[in-house]
Each structure stands twice: as C-alpha cells, then as structure tokens.
Design a protein around this ligand. Structure first.
Ligand SMILES: [Zn+2]
Length: 150
C-alpha cells in the first residue's frame, strides 16, 4: 500500500486513509458514506509524507519550514492554518519542523525560518525566507495554479 494520510470523519469519527493524490478531493467516509472534506489543515510532514505529497498532489503545495523555538514561526502559524482551511481543495499546506527533519531543511537550503516553498508536481516554483501575510501566501498559490493551467 502506498503512502496515505489519516483523516478523521467529522460525522462519525472513523479514521479514513487518504492517498496523497486524493488529499485535495472531496472523498467519502468508508463507514458512514458522508462526504469527507478535502484536506483543510496543515499536514505535519516527515520525509516520506513530504516526498509522496509533493510528488502526487494534484494542486500546488505550500510548505512552511518552521521550528518550535522560532517566535515569528509561531506567530504566523494561525495564518497558515487559516490559509489551509480557506484553500481546501485548491492547495495543500505542509509543515516541516526543521528541528525534527534537518535533512529536509538541508535539501531546500533553509538558512532562516520561517521559510516558505511552493511546489507543483515535485518542482519548486517559489521559495522565500521570512514572514508573510495570508494574502501573500494565497497569491503565491494562485500564481502557481495559473502557470500550470488548472
Ligand atoms: Zn463517517
């Protein structure tokens, strides 16, 4: 079985396994059969989740590289959460804790956090260090979507 993310049905509480390529789709709960919203919150990614989601997602992926000791990262977190909810179905938001996953931070040459990377079909289309408003993050994602013709 390939990589999947576990999501809880808001109606019956059943844990459903969602393959990376269907994270932005409205699904159906395996138990109660009611619709399952597309991923609407940031997903904490390890190396395996990161690789599978950035490769298989059918929508742009915003990656928030952060660390628990980083004040600006913590203060921006509610905006990142809100963005993930607002963009559900049109984008996926990943969070990478650079303390726990220094390998991923090194791969993207992260020297300062917060650091945002927008990926599309496994490729980096945008990267920026420093804080950002939700409006800016939304603009990065919609520009990415426009360029790839979705
Ligand atoms: Zn259910």
């Amino acid at each position: 079985m390939g990589f999947s993310v576990t999501r809880k049905c808001s109606e019956c509480g059943t844990l459903n396994r969602i393959p990376a390529k269907h994270l932005a789709d409205t699904g159906r709960c395996g138990n109660c059969k009611l619709p399952l919203r597309p991923a609407d919150a940031p997903i904490n990614a390890d190396a395996e989740a990161f690789a599978a989601i950035t490769r298989d997602a059918k929508v742009p992926v915003l990656v928030d590289f952060w660390a628990p000791w980083c004040g600006p990262c913590r203060s921006i977190a509610p905006e990142v959460d809100a963005l993930a909810s607002e963009m559900a179905g049109n984008a996926i938001v990943l969070k990478v804790n650079t303390e726990e996953h220094p390998d991923l931070a090194a791969q993207f040459r992260i020297q300062a956090i917060p650091n945002f990377v927008v990926m599309r079909e496994g490729n980096v289309v945008f990267q920026r260090a420093g804080g950002a408003s939700r409006r800016e993050m939304r603009a990065w994602l919609s520009e990415t979507a426009d360029r790839s013709g979705i």
